[in-house]
Design a protein around this ligand. Structure first.
Ligand SMILES: [Zn+2]
Length: 426
């Protein structure tokens, strides 16, 4: 419903200019409502609260949340399969199902009712407007091929905030050709795709692609890569942060000095040993979605490490800041014929194949690649050959070995690096 989204957007725009105490009031009102809803209507949370001897009235503020145990990805996956985490009164046929393979390849489904989808969309639109986008901008987004095929929403039919989609599977020279032709005001994409375009532009001395706004997301790049992109396009890239499970959660303003958190949509905690860390200390990021009644997530552990700060942003927006996001360090893969692929392609390729609970790609040499995987109940004897042909179709003549594992090896941070390449990108 376009009107509902617009109303949410107006409210969200106003929230960021409230006094801090007023913003907290808005947040806590929403938090209490979703906690009550989860306790009385969502079996999974009712049982979780009961086991921890927590009643809805015990949770009045974000600071009270550690009384409730954390919700893990595998709990969400299992509860979804057991039909205990979705509100039984919701008509699923009217809902949007967000399916993610996440940063580590674990597939997971989150159900959004129509109201939640509108609210989430408004949260995303706020972050775009605050990055300097206008409703009628000419917009190019580099994303998965499936995105382009999605049903257009009302505002996209009117060509408001409506990107032209380019597939991230296409080589950067195709993107560059399209960008020169379209001359977009806004270029949006995964950081790695934008970096590949910038690299090719430098190589070929191309200087006539000048979007007014460049927005990157989904991966955390080094300062060096960020500067490389900025100087190539002649503007400062806006980094936006979030995940499929909760949508947009934090974004940069024109100060580029941290990420403003959408605390009027999400209760966001940073914890170490289940204690909320102080400003300037690193903690595990936990999300509580305060607007999705179909399938609330409470203290959902997305697996990211961040440093929050209580310093206010000089821009005057009252939404608090994340100071640092611990980077994912997935590698680019170079094929035998010299094409370079962004790490993000793997989640898309693997998501299309049933039977994979989790995966890791290790490229030993240009023409040799191993897929390590943990199987799920849909795994069959056909899965390895499906993987092999999907990879060869995209990457060309490359030897693929599939290795089944009980568990994937983790980095020191506890994260799984999804793509490791021993072939360095030139
Ligand atoms: Zn700011």
């Amino acid at each position: 419903m376009w009107l509902r989204m617009l109303m949410h957007l107006i409210e969200l725009q106003r929230n960021q200019r409230l006094k801090p105490s007023e913003l907290t009031k808005v947040q806590h009102k929403r938090l209490r409502a979703i906690i009550r809803h989860a306790y009385f209507n969502i079996k999974f949370y009712h049982e979780k609260f009961k086991a921890a001897e927590v009643k809805p009235d015990d949770i009045k503020t974000v600071q009270d949340l550690p009384k409730i145990p954390v919700t893990t990805k595998s709990e969400v996956r299992n509860a979804f399969r057991a039909k205990t985490i979705v509100d039984g009164k919701i008509d699923l046929s009217k809902c949007h199902l967000a399916r993610t393979s996440g940063s580590s390849g674990d597939p997971l489904i989150v159900v959004y009712d129509e109201k939640a989808e509108d609210f989430q969309k408004a949260v995303a639109v706020r972050s775009f407007l605050e990055a300097g986008c206008h409703f009628y901008d000419k917009w190019v987004a580099i994303s998965s091929p499936q995105r382009a095929a999605r049903k257009k929403r009302w505002f996209q039919r009117l060509r408001l905030l409506s990107p032209l989609w380019l597939s991230l599977f296409d080589p950067p020279e195709h993107h560059i050709e399209a960008l020169r032709r379209i001359k977009p005001d806004v270029l949006e994409g995964y950081f790695s795709s934008i970096w590949l375009i910038a690299r090719k532009m430098r190589e070929d001395a191309i200087t006539d692609i000048r979007p007014r706004v460049v927005i990157g997301s989904a991966e955390v790049l080094t300062e060096k890569a960020r500067e490389f992109i900025n100087s190539t396009f002649g503007v400062e890239i806006y980094d936006q942060f979030g995940c499929v499970e909760v949508g947009r959660s934090a974004w940069e303003c024109e100060e580029h000095d941290g990420w403003h958190m959408d605390v009027d949509a999400l209760a966001i905690e940073f914890v170490k040993d289940n204690e909320q860390v102080a400003s300037g200390e690193e903690g595990r990021l936990l999300y509580t979605t305060m607007y999705n009644h179909a399938m609330p997530l409470i203290r959902y552990d997305v697996g990211d490490l961040c440093i929050p700060t209580d310093e206010m942003c000089p821009c005057g927006r009252v939404l608090p800041l994340i100071k640092h996001i611990e980077g994912r360090t997935d590698d680019f893969v170079t094929t035998p014929d010299g094409r370079v692929f962004s790490p993000i392609i793997w989640t898309i390729l693997m998501r299309a194949i049933p039977g994979i609970a989790n995966f890791r790609i290790v490229q030993e040499a240009r023409s040799k690649l191993t897929v390590q995987l943990v199987k799920d109940s849909d795994f069959s004897s056909k899965t390895p050959s499906q993987i092999e042909s999907a990879i060869q179709k995209t990457l060309g003549d490359i030897q693929v070995k599939v290795e089944q594992m009980e568990e994937l090896p983790r980095e020191k941070t506890g994260k799984i690096r999804s793509v490791i390449s021993k072939v360095k990108v030139k």
